[in-house]
Design a protein around this ligand. Structure first.
Ligand code: ASP
Length: 346
């Protein structure tokens, strides 16, 4: 049900959707929001109110970082009561990281926050940007028959799918279906109508009002295991000053070399107080450290399972939990539970 008195805030951070070609180099560069608005006269035909705000300097999302996430949180926090929903225009390259980070930073949301963007700039005839933008805006104001927002969480809308933000990964650099949510079903599909899966939607805890967190700790790292990884590489990683957490991207069900040199370094890291979260390099499926010897050996040393969490969600969750000032024991405890539907804990 479209609420005609509804109001959406469109937050333009940059990304291909609003980019233009640099006449000298032919490369795409971020451009002003007014250009984007001119390219989508359809915005004037939507029957609800759309206000917009843009980053002072729109960015390629390759430049996205925790400082920018804080900016987005502040923008939403200051205006939370004024709007029914929020749409964030964002480059696709780091959109899954931003959606994951925001899902933790915007606690107890009871309104939609939808990120979208496009693979082709809005000025191109074949752009996917218009449809993504217009449908994201509609989802941001869509209400159930009781007048409650269908979506009350951070999502990515891309091509025709609405996905839980912290379950997404970018899967294509060239096709319009740029994102997938391998380990959790899509929350809505847009065709002639938008079909919502109400049974899958995350809901805030009853009577808990929204909380806006803006402190993140980036003393974390992602380490991807590969055949041939050396002790020197691993030792250099764990020697990084102030490092608090590592997302260890392992093979299959959470396996890594089952060799003494490897396990000794893992043990050293754990003893130094570094929280190590085991996530799989596979696009889908879950870590199960009870399944193989190598997984079990890491579990016994104190490595914790990320279950089926994405790398994007795991690394931003660590930043969030350490940003709350929690100690390593508390961080480990919260990594083992799903805070906002980011993991399926078995
Ligand atoms: N490099 C662009 C960005 O992430 C890619 C895109 O938007 O599709 O900002």
């Amino acid at each position: 049900m479209l609420d005609l008195n509804a109001s959406v805030l469109l937050i333009y951070t940059g990304g291909t959707i609003g980019m233009i070609e640099d006449p000298e180099t032919g490369t795409l560069k971020p451009y002003d929001f007014s250009h984007l608005k001119e390219q989508v006269p359809e915005l004037n035909r939507l029957k609800f109110n759309i206000d917009s705000i843009q980053f002072q300097e729109p960015i390629d999302s390759a430049d996205m970082n925790p400082e920018q996430w804080k900016k987005i949180v502040w923008i939403i926090e200051e205006r939370y009561d004024q709007y029914d929903g929020f749409v964030i225009l964002h480059g696709t390259d780091t959109m899954a990281y931003s959606a994951s980070a925001l899902s933790f930073m915007l606690e107890n949301l009871n309104k939609p926050v939808i990120l979208t963007g496009s693979q082709l700039p809005i000025g191109k005839i074949r752009t996917d940007g218009k449809e993504n933008l217009v449908t994201a805006l509609e989802i941001a104001v869509d209400k159930d028959p009781d007048g409650k927002a269908f979506v009350q969480e951070v999502c990515i809308f891309f091509q025709n799918l609405l996905m839980r933000g912290n379950r997404t990964s970018k899967i294509s650099a060239s096709y319009f279906n740029a994102f997938n949510s391998f380990n959790f079903p899509v929350l809505a599909e847009a065709g002639v109508k938008i079909h919502y899966r109400n049974d899958l939607m995350h809901r805030p805890l009853r009577n808990n009002s929204p909380k806006f967190h803006s402190s993140l700790d980036s003393n974390v790292a992602i380490v991807k295991i590969f055949p041939g990884i050396s002790a020197d590489i691993l030792k250099a990683m764990i020697a990084i000053p102030h490092l608090k957490g590592i997302v260890l991207e392992t093979y299959g069900a959470g396996n890594a070399p089952n060799q003494k040199w490897f396990l000794d370094i893992i043990e050293e890291a754990v003893n130094k107080g570094i929280v190590i979260v085991n996530v799989t390099q596979c696009a889908s499926g879950s870590v199960d450290m009870r399944r193989y010897q190598s997984g079990k050996a890491m579990k016994d040393l104190g490595v914790i399972s990320g279950y089926d969490i994405t790398t994007e969600a795991a690394v931003t969750k660590l930043m969030f939990l350490f940003g709350l000032g929690l100690d390593r024991k508390e961080v480990k405890t919260y990594m083992k539970v799903s805070l906002v539907g980011e993991a399926t804990i078995e």
